[in-house]
Each structure stands twice: as structure tokens, then as C-alpha cells.
Ligand binder design. Sequence first.
Ligand code: 4NP
Length: 158
Amino acid sequence: MKILFVCTGNICRSPMAEGILRSKLSKAGIKAEIDSCGFESFHIGDHPDNRAQSICRNYGIDISGHVARLFRKNDFDSFDRIYVMDASHYYSVSRIARSAADLKKVDYMLNLQYPGQDLPVDDPWYHDIHAFEKTYLQLDAACERLIEQLLSSKPGPQ
Ligand code: 4NP
């Protein structure tokens, strides 16, 4: 399974989601490829925002090594699932999708918890550390659902 998280700057929400899922996958013993990217070029090449790093560190997750990059068309070929944080990313990814098969890979992150509701993950960028904590908890709960999904679809020993 290859999973991509998408946000705006790729320095807060999507690298946090990537780090959280990576940690849960490792604990659950599930092998998967995870990455994250963004849609705005302001922070290409940057490491995650210090506040995002700090909150993740508090939960034992190191996201300092991530380097921000933009979404690219061949991400549709490289990933099985693409989770966006809000409607602006859904719209941006949809515009680049080449086919119904591409679009089928895309969903809102919080639809993992609240199917079909298309709710946004709060953007903490303009806010204080408490907003980052709230966003972390939203992402953590959604990643937990994803792990449950992956475990329930995992083939048993043959
Ligand atoms: P992210 O947060 O999309 O969660 O990484 C943002 C980071 C930077 C900006 C906006 C959102 N920005 O406008 O620079």
C-alpha cells in the first residue's frame, strides 16, 4: 500500500499525518510507503514548521527529516491512496487527475472518520501551538481509522 498526504505548504498538516501514520504502521507491523506533498511553492525544500515538529516530538514522532515538495501528476501512478486535508486540495488534485481511476484514489483525510462528510483538517499555520495540538489529534484519530482499515483488509497467513 502506498499512501500520499496532501496539504497546502507541506510543512504542517501533511508531514504531521505522514509521521503519525508511519509511527502507527511500524507499531502495527504493516509495511507501506508513505509520503506527503503540497500545492503551494512557498516552502519547497523546507523542513516542517517548528511547531509541527515540536508537537510531533511531544508524541515521540520525529518529522524533522521531511523536505517539502509539490504534488506532481505522476503521484497518481506512484500512490494507491491520496488523502487531502480540505476542499482546496481536493479541487487542486481533481483538476490534475487524468482519469476516473486517478480521481478514485483521492479522498478527504477526515472521511476516514466521518465518511462522506468532506470535513477539513484545521489549518494551524496562522495560529498558536494549541492549534497544532488540535490538528495533531484530528490527524491521529484519522490515522487510527486508516490502520484499522488496513489491518482488516490485510490477507492472513496462507
Ligand atoms: P500546511 O500549512 O498546508 O498544513 O503545510 C500551511 C503552511 C504554509 C502556508 C499555508 C498553510 N502558507 O501560506 O505559507
